[in-house]
Design a protein. Structure first.
Length: 387
């Protein structure tokens, strides 16, 4: 069971469609109730026994579905769980006494319910106890092994498997919530950092501009020369503040390799393209000193390459690789983006690739492209002593 499917089963349904899909997934296992249903339909019981059988079976199925449906996404109160399990066990015993051997299969569902709603230690004892009770009730028949034997493995396997499924669902839901929390904290931290930077950049400058403006206003009627000097200072401070803000904004907008790698995975997945993208820069590529301009140039190359794959290639698979190579000119960090799509025969570069080559050249790097079959974009920048 993959992560997204586990989350879908374990989350609270948000609409009727999700609730129906979840109910189908849970209810499909009720197919094994065909044994008691056939027994009730073949006319072997009296009217009173049929009434008790149908009523008890309906209540049993309803409680079973509610417990598994509800408890896989949000835990019920402990008292409610214990009371419902006691009712299910009592119904299984009662239906077994009423219907005979066809009612033994109900203990399998009780064992599965124990695995689905109880903590691991209690679930273990509940599954073993339910299975033992099923075996004891089968002794009422002349052939207990033929009755309880085929149900023994489903009861034990189904119950303990359900404990694993339940733990997987809970862990996956908690992991998804933790990821959302980490993302929110990261966004809050980034907003705080921007607020601190803007305060440090503009707080002193704006205060000085305000002070000098008030001073120039008071000097203007009687001392215009000194007022003009204050206005000149105001212009100089405001220009410096503008330059500081531009530098800060440039730093905010500078792309990074880890960020672009994450964006590449998202873009390729959204386009339905199978992707082989590293999660981070390899360790051996971090040993050299890669300055911000060089990292930004590679990040822009990755963004341009992924954009071309998504928009123009009609590719089914894309591979992104980062590696460090030793050349005659020193160590180079190499980025390779390769796809299996359809591309035109190699010719003059478009504006995007031309601008990318110029950006890499400013960082001391190079850009190579190769078309057919597929398309390969390779960008290199110097690292370490070759930078």
């Amino acid at each position: 069971m993959n992560e997204e499917r586990a989350v879908g089963i374990g989350k609270v349904p948000e609409n009727r469609r999700e609730a129906a899909r979840k109910m189908v997934w849970i209810g499909i296992w009720l197919i094994f109730l065909s044994t008691p249903l056939n027994a009730l339909l073949d006319g072997r019981y009296s009217a009173a026994e049929q009434a008790l059988g149908w009523t008890g079976l309906t209540v049993f199925v309803g409680l079973y579905l509610v417990m598994v449906f509800r408890n896989t996404s949000r835990s019920l109160p402990t008292r409610t769980i214990h009371l419902t399990l006691a009712v299910l066990g009592a119904l299984a015993i009662g239906l077994n006494l009423t219907l005979g051997s066809p009612g033994l299969v109900l203990f399998v569902y009780v064992a599965v319910n124990c695995g689905a709603v109880l903590p691991l230690r209690r679930a273990t004892w509940g599954i073993l106890g339910t299975t033992a009770l099923m075996c004891l009730l089968s002794l009422r028949d002349d052939h207990p092994l033929e009755l309880a034997g085929p149900l023994l493995i489903p009861a034990l396997l189904g119950g303990f498997a359900m404990t694993g499924v339940r733990q997987l669902i809970r862990t996956t839901v908690e992991l998804k919530q933790a990821r959302a929390t980490v993302a929110q904290l990261a966004a809050n931290e980034e907003r705080l950092r921007m607020a601190r930077d803007l305060h440090d950049l503009l707080g002193h400058s704006l205060s000085l501009i305000t002070l000098k403006s008030e001073l120039a206003g008071r000097m203007l009627p009687d001392r215009p020369g000194q007022a003009a000097a204050q206005v000149a200072d105001i212009e100089q401070v405001s220009r410096q503040a503008l330059a500081d803000v531009r530098e800060a904004v440039t730093g905010y907008r500078r792309p990074t390799l880890p960020g672009e790698l994450a964006g590449a995975r998202t873009a390729l997945a959204a386009a339905g393209i199978a992707a082989d993208v590293p999660t981070d820069v390899p360790e051996d590529c971090r040993t050299g000193d890669l300055d911000e301009d060089q990292e930004a140039a590679l990040a822009w190359a990755l963004r341009e390459g992924i954009t071309n794959v998504v928009r123009h290639s009609a590719a089914r698979h894309c591979t992104v690789a980062l590696s460090s190579r030793q050349t005659l000119d020193g160590r180079r960090l190499e980025l390779m983006v390769r796809d299996d799509g359809r591309h035109a025969v190699a010719g003059p570069r478009g504006n995007g690739l031309t601008g990318l080559a110029e950006r890499l050249a400013q960082a001391g790097g190079t850009l190579d492209t190769q078309a057919g079959p597929g398309f390969t974009l390779t960008a290199r920048v110097p690292i370490g002593s070759g930078a």
